[in-house]
Design a protein around this ligand. Structure first.
Ligand code: PEP
Ligand code: MG
Length: 748
C-alpha cells in the first residue's frame, strides 16, 4: 500500500481543481490503497444509502443500488458510525447481496462512515478478492479520506438527514437532576469539537512546528493553572494538585502525540490531525469500562480540545447555532459566562449538583441546565440533536433527562410542549404590568433573585418590584477573585442605577461550602455546607467583610441601602456583623439616604432566638434552600436526597407559620427568597401563611403572579389550617394542597 501522504497529496491536487467528481476520488483511492473496489455511498432522504460512485463494481449499479440504514455492511456502518473491517464480508450475517453490483468475487471489505457534525453523510468502502483483514494504517488512511469526503459528498447532494433526523445513530436517554428548569431542543456543542477549517497541509514540517508551539503554550497554561490559580496550590490541596499534575502528564503522553505526528506526516494539517486522533480516542472511550482508564481518556480528550483552541490561536470564538446545548464534564464560572456570550441555550454538566456554583450561575443567567447525565459526553457527537428536559420537577427531584438523537415522534411532542409553553408565557406576559394581588385583593410583593448586573434587565422583562436577593458572591465567582473596594462599588452602583429606585437587597458574600473562595485553600472539612462558610468567614476575616460593606456604602451614596447577612446562626453574630457595617457607615460620605440591616433565616437555631432577633433586625428573609437542608439534616446538593423532604411538610409549614406570626406582631418585614418562592404551589402556600414578599429567579415571577391572582386567600388559609391539624403526621401536604388548587382553578 502506498503511504497516506502520497494518497493525500494526490487527493489534494485533485480537489484543488474544484469540486472533484466522486468517481475520480473512488478511482484514486482504489489505486492508492491497492483495492480492487472502492465505493462511495451517499445518504439520501428516508434513511437510505445510495451507491454514488464506484471503482470496481458494475457502473450501472451507480444511482440504483440502495441500502437502508442498518441494512447490509454499509447500512450497519452508517447506523453504528463505526468502521467495519471484515476478511469475509459475504459470510457476515448482515451482508446484503445486491446482484446488480457484481460484487461476488470480493471477499474482504473495509467500510468507514463519512460524518459531518455528528451525522452520517455517507459510507466509504474498499473491497478485495483475497480474504484478509485490513491493517491499522489502511483503516486510518480510509478514515482520513472519509474526513475529506464531506465536502464532495455534500456537493453531490448527500443529505445528513437534518430535519428528518435520518443518518444519525440511535436515540439515547440520560437522566440527571434539574439544575435550572427549562426545555431546550437543539444541536449539541462540545467544547473544542468543532471541525477544523483547514484539513490538508503542504508542508508537514510547518505543521509539526505549529503543533509543538501549541503544545508548549498549552503546557505553560497548565503550569500557570497549577502554580497560580489553583486554590491551595503547593501545601494545602495535594489532591487538586495531583489531578492537574496528572493532567499535565497526559499532555505529554507520547502515545497520542506520536499518532498526531504521524497523521501530520501523512499530509493533514495540525488541527485536522488532532481532531482525528481525538475522534479515535472518543471511539475507544465508548468501549472502556474501567473508571480509571475512562477518566484518563477523558483527560486526553479535554486536552485535545485545549490543543485545538490553542492551534486556533486567538481567533474569535465562534457563535454557536441556535438552541445549542453545551455538554461539559465540569465548567468553571468564567467558562460558563464565555459560553453564555456565544449564545448557548442549554447546559449539561456531568459533574455538578444543584447547589454547585455552575448551577447557581446558570440559574442567575437563566440557562436551563441539567447535572449528571453521566456518559452523555462519550455518546454524543457535536451537532447531534438533543432535547434537554429539565421541566421543574415538583420537588426538584432527579427527574431531568437529556434525549440524544430523539425519535421523530418524541421530538414532535416536545415541540408541541414548547409551543404550549410559549403560548402560556404569552398569556402571562399580559400580567407583566399588573400589580400582584390575590383574588381577594391581598398584595404580595414579587421580587427578583439575581447575581450579576446583566440580569437587571429582567426587572423590566418580568415587571418585578425590585431585587429581593442580590447574591454578591456570584460576580466574584465569575471574576475568579475577590475584587477591591472600587471595583465592587462600581458593580453595586450599576445595580442600583439599573434598579432605578426600585428596592435592592444586597446579601454579603455567601462563599465557602462548594462556592470556593477564590485564591484561598478550601479548609479540610467533613461537611463543608455546615462548615467555615458565608458570614462565618466574614466574621473571622473582618477586613474582607468590611471591604465589601464599604463598597456597598460607597455605591449607595445618597440612595437607600439594604444589606442582609447570610447563614446567621446566633443573634450575637448578627449584631457583630451589623456593628462592622455601622463602623464603616460612619466613614463613608455621602452616607446612604437610609440604611436597612437585615438577616437571612437559614439556620433553624434562629427560631428560638426570635424575640431578640426581631428586636435587632430591620427585616428577615427566609432562605428555604438552606433552611430545608438544616431543618431535615439533608444535604441540598445530594442527588440521592433530592425530593426526599418537602418545603410543604407540616414541620416546615409550622416553622413558617410561627415565624410569620411573630414577625407580624413585631412589625418586622418578612420575605422568602429560597427557590421555593418561585414555584406557584409553594408561593401560594407562603402567601397563605402570611408572607407578604416573595423573591425568586426571573422565571418564577409571572407564573407565580398568575397563580396568586386566582387564589382566594381567606378560603385557602382555612384549608391550610385544617390540613396542618389533620395531616400533622404526614411527610408532606403537597397533594391535598395541589388538589385544592386544581379544584379552584389555580394554575400551579
Ligand atoms: C437559600 O439558602 O435559600 C438562599 C436563598 O441562599 P442560597 O441559595 O444562595 O444559599
Ligand atoms: Mg443560602
Amino acid at each position: 500500500m502506498s503511504t497516506p501522504r502520497h494518497l493525500l497529496a494526490r487527493l489534494r491536487s485533485l480537489m484543488a481543481r474544484g469540486a472533484a467528481p466522486l468517481s475520480e476520488i473512488a478511482r484514486l483511492v482504489a489505486s492508492e490503497l491497492v483495492a480492487e473496489v472502492c465505493s462511495i455511498y451517499a445518504m439520501r432522504p428516508g434513511d437510505t444509502l445510495e451507491l454514488a460512485a464506484t471503482e470496481g463494481l458494475r457502473p450501472e449499479s451507480v444511482g440504483r443500488t440502495r441500502l437502508r440504514v442498518g441494512e447490509g455492511i454499509v447500512g450497519l456502518v452508517a447506523a453504528t458510525s463505526h468502521p467495519m473491517n471484515l476478511a469475509d464480508a459475504q459470510g457476515h450475517p448482515d451482508f446484503a447481496y445486491r446482484p446488480e453490483t457484481g460484487e461476488e468475487p470480493y471477499a474482504s471489505m473495509l467500510a468507514v462512515p463519512v460524518r459531518r457534525a455528528g451525522r452520517t453523510l455517507g459510507v466509504l468502502a474498499v473491497q478485495n478478492r483475497a480474504p484478509r483483514l485490513y491493517e491499522t494504517d489502511e483503516v486510518e488512511a480510509l478514515e482520513t479520506v472519509a474526513m475529506l469526503l464531506v465536502e464532495p459528498l455534500a456537493a453531490a447532494g448527500a443529505s445528513d438527514g437534518g430535519e428528518e433526523g435520518v443518518g444519525a445513530t440511535l436515540p439515547r436517554r440520560f437522566t440527571g437532576s434539574v439544575l435550572v428548569p427549562g426545555l431546550v431542543l437543539g444541536p449539541i456543542v462540545l467544547p473544542g469539537a468543532h471541525a477544523p477549517r483547514r484539513l490538508l497541509a503542504e508542508d508537514p514540517e510547518t505543521e509539526l512546528a505549529r503543533l509543538a508551539h501549541a503544545l508548549e503554550s498549552m503546557r505553560r497554561g497548565l503550569d500557570e493553572l497549577i502554580t497560580d490559580r489553583l486554590p491551595g496550590s503547593g501545601k494545602t490541596s495535594p489532591e487538586a494538585r495531583e489531578v492537574l499534575e496528572a493532567y499535565r502528564l497526559v499532555a505529554s503522553d507520547p502515545g497520542w502525540l506520536r499518532r498526531v505526528g504521524e497523521a501530520i506526516r501523512g499530509g493533514l494539517s495540525a488541527e485536522a490531525a488532532v481532531h482525528r486522533v481525538a475522534g479515535e480516542l472518543r471511539d475507544r472511550m465508548r468501549r472502556i469500562v474501567d473508571p480509571y482508564l475512562r477518566e484518563r481518556m477523558a483527560d486526553l480528550e479535554d486536552m485535545a480540545g485545549r490543543l485545538l483552541a490553542s492551534l486556533d490561536g486567538g481567533s474569535e470564538p465562534a457563535a454557536v447555532p441556535e438552541g445549542a446545548i453545551l455538554l461539559a464534564r465540569r465548567l468553571g464560572p468564567a467558562e460558563l459566562l464565555d459560553w453564555h456570550g456565544r449564545g448557548i441555550a442549554g447546559l449539561v454538566v456531568e459533574e455538578a449538583s444543584p447547589a454547585g456554583h455552575a448551577a447557581i450561575l446558570a440559574r442567575a443567567i437563566g440557562i436551563p441546565a441539567i447535572g449528571g447525565a453521566r456518559g452523555i459526553i462519550e455518546a454524543a457527537e457535536a451537532g447531534d440533536e438533543a432535547i434537554l428536559d429539565a421541566e421543574d420537577a415538583p420537588r426538584g427531584g432527579p427527574a431531568a433527562q437529556v434525549i440524544l438523537r430523539p425519535e421523530q415522534e418524541v421530538r414532535l411532542s416536545y415541540q408541541r410542549a414548547m409551543h404550549a409553553r410559549s403560548e402560556r408565557r404569552a398569556g402571562w406576559a399580559a400580567l407583566r404590568g399588573l400589580p400582584s394581588v390575590t383574588r381577594d385583593g391581598t398584595r404580595v410583593r414579587l421580587m427578583l433573585n439575581v447575581g450579576l448586573a446583566l440580569e437587571l434587565a429582567q426587572l423590566e422583562a418580568t415587571g418585578a418590584e425590585g431585587i429581593g436577593l442580590f447574591r454578591t458572591e456570584i460576580a466574584m465567582l465569575a471574576r475568579g477573585a475577590i475584587t477591591e473596594v472600587q471595583e465592587q462599588a462600581s458593580v453595586y452602583g450599576r445595580v442600583l442605577d439599573e434598579a432605578a429606585g426600585r428596592p435592592v437587597v444586597f446579601r454579603t458574600l455567601d462563599l465557602g461550602g462548594d462556592k470556593l473562595l477564590p485564591g484561598s485553600p478550601p479548609p479540610e472539612e467533613e461537611n463543608p455546607a455546615m462548615g467555615w462558610r458565608s458570614l462565618r468567614i466574614g466574621l473571622d476575616r473582618p477586613a474582607l467583610l468590611r471591604r465589601q460593606l464599604r463598597a456597598l456604602l460607597v455605591a449607595a451614596a445618597g440612595r437607600p441601602l439594604s444589606v442582609m447577612f447570610p447563614m446567621v446562626a446566633t443573634v450575637a453574630e448578627f449584631c457583630t456583623a451589623r456593628a462592622l457595617l455601622l463602623v464603616e457607615a460612619e466613614r463613608v460620605h455621602p452616607a446612604p439616604e437610609s440604611l436597612q440591616i437585615g438577616t437571612m433565616l437559614e439556620v433553624p437555631a434562629l427560631m428560638w432566638q426570635l424575640p431578640e432577633l426581631l428586636r435587632e433586625a430591620d427585616f428577615i428573609s427566609v432562605g428555604t434552600n438552606d433552611l430545608l437542608q438544616f431543618l431535615f439534616a439533608a444535604d441540598r446538593g445530594s442527588p440521592l436526597l433530592a425530593g426526599r423532604y418537602d418545603v410543604l411538610s407540616p414541620a416546615m409549614l409550622s416553622l413558617l407559620a410561627d415565624l410569620t406570626a411573630q414577625a407580624q406582631a413585631a412589625g418586622v418585614p418578612l420575605s422568602v427568597c429560597g427557590e421555593a418562592a418561585s414555584r406557584p404551589l409553594e408561593a401560594i402556600t407562603l402567601a397563605g401563611l402570611g408572607v407578604a414578599t416573595l423573591s425568586m429567579p426571573a422565571s418564577g415571577i409571572l407564573p407565580v403572579k398568575a397563580a396568586l391572582a386566582a387564589v382566594d386567600l381567606p378560603a385557602f388559609r382555612e384549608l391550610l389550617t385544617a390540613l396542618r391539624r389533620t395531616g400533622a403526621a404526614e411527610p408532606s401536604l403537597r397533594e391535598p394542597i395541589a388538589a385544592w388548587a386544581r379544584e379552584h382553578d389555580v394554575p400551579v
